[in-house]
Design a protein around this ligand. Sequence first.
Ligand code: NAP
Length: 269
Amino acid sequence: MGTLTGRVAFVTGAGSGIGRACAIGLAAEGAMVFVTDIDAPGGRETVAQIEAAGGLATFRGQDVTEEDRWAELVQRVMDLYGRLDILVNNAGIGTSGLITDVTLEQWLHQMNVNVTSCFLGIKHALPAMRSPRPDGHVGGSIINISSVAGLGGSAGMSAYCASKGAVRLMTKAVAMECAAMRDGIRCNSVHPGIIDTPIWQKLDTSGALVSAVTPGANALDVDVIGAGAPVGHAGKPEDIAAGVVFLASDASRYMTGSELVIDGGWTAH
Ligand code: NAP
């Protein structure tokens, strides 16, 4: 029996990178995983990988910026399984560019996908997590994927840093609120460093940005940037999933409002 057998987890952005690894990791511990992503083929592939390993998962398409869809999907989870134990707010995008070049439209989109999504997810998941469960389990675990960019600044990443800093403090405020209500629901943030996922290929690699972030480089190469971590290399999505599984499980029952940094020493300087 896994540490999460019988639990139900909702993971956003689970069709790629860190979200996929989290979904696979949670399923390997016995959770039933509700996989969502705006990328339907990616989400279905995640479910296929979980099922091939003997786990349980289902996929639904979701744009995490849409409130109606959040309400619909949380209701769907309750109709199907009668419980929601774990929410991983992982879906995210990286808007890169010097602040003088970032448009208002880009800024608002960055905030919607990375910050408003967490607000909506938490708002709609909390009532479901507070519902009584057949096995008497009380509480839940909300895990928000922030970043080392939510702990310190990076040139060319002002919108992204602002979004991840907001996720960090929203996490703490929700943790305080749940603790005050004695509802047993914990809320923590995870702060990955440089992790080898497709997000790096989706960043704008304009010359001004690249030279600001990585002097001498002509592309945002995750291996080049990752080599700047004290351990000398980028991390893998599974490195983050291990922390998420820990925060989802009862092993972390006394942790709430905390920041789990998994960054190969990036922020230890
Ligand atoms: P990724 O491989 O690009 O995965 C992100 C997933 O989210 C993609 O499938 C993406 O779909 C999806 N997505 C984008 N916009 C969405 C929306 N509006 N609604 C629903 N899904 C949406 O990136 P990742 O590296 O795994 O990133 C996962 C999280 O980790 C993000 O919050 C990111 O900021 C954070 N993080 C990553 C790193 C890193 O170095 N990789 C470091 C620190 C923090 P599309 O491909 O169709 O856009």
